[in-house]
Structures are given as C-alpha cells and as structure tokens.
Write a protein that binds this ligand. Structure first.
Ligand SMILES: [Zn+2]
Length: 108
C-alpha cells in the first residue's frame, strides 16, 4: 500500500523569551520555534519544505522570522526527523541500487 501524506509541524526550539508584543500591547513569553511543512510517501520516505525559524507571541501568533543559519548553529542540530530530512535521498539510493541490480541481471 502506498500512502502519501503531508502536513505542517511546529516544534518549540528553546526557552521562551519575554518580548513586547506590539499587537497585544504587553510583554509576553515569545516562543522560538521551527515551522516546517512536510510530505511523506508510505509513512517512510519524506521531504520537507517551507522551513523557517520564528519567534512568536503565544497569544496572537504575531512574530518574526529568525535567521536559519544562526538558529541551527546555536541549536547544534536540526529538529526534523531523519526520515523527513533525508528520506528522498534514501529513496533515490534504493532506486539506484534496484536499477543497478536489474541492469546486472539483464546484462549477464
Ligand atoms: Zn501578541
């Protein structure tokens, strides 16, 4: 069975920072977070797109983007599951192996 899914995830990536929210007009605990969209095939191989780090107000969602490179350097890792980050590479590798096996069989 071949399942295709997609969705959006929001992952908190650090302790909240008190910031003044211009929309709420008060200081709230802004949450640094990573937002990304993903697609997956067969619940196994996947890919991500629209990845961005942001700092957002917990009450109204107002916020701003954070620099991806700076965030990933300070986090030391990217909080996206391996199968979603590199799933297409794994899938491409498997297909290359299958193609090689097929060519080997039919050539000799
Ligand atoms: Zn707000």
């Amino acid at each position: 069975m071949f399942l295709v899914g997609r969705g959006e995830r929001i992952v908190p990536v650090g302790p909240p920072e008190p910031q003044h929210c211009p929309r709420c007009g008060e200081v709230t605990d802004f949450q640094p977070r990573l937002r990304y969209q993903y697609g997956s095939f067969d619940m196994l191989f996947g890919f991500t797109y629209g990845k961005r780090y942001e700092l957002a107000c917990p009450q109204c969602g107002h916020g701003w983007r954070l620099d991806t490179r700076t965030m990933e350097r300070s986090l030391g890792r990217v909080p996206i599951p391996f199968r979603l980050r590199f799933g297409l590479l794994v899938l491409a590798g498997l297909m290359a192996l299958l193609a090689a096996a097929w060519a080997f069989r039919h050539n000799g």
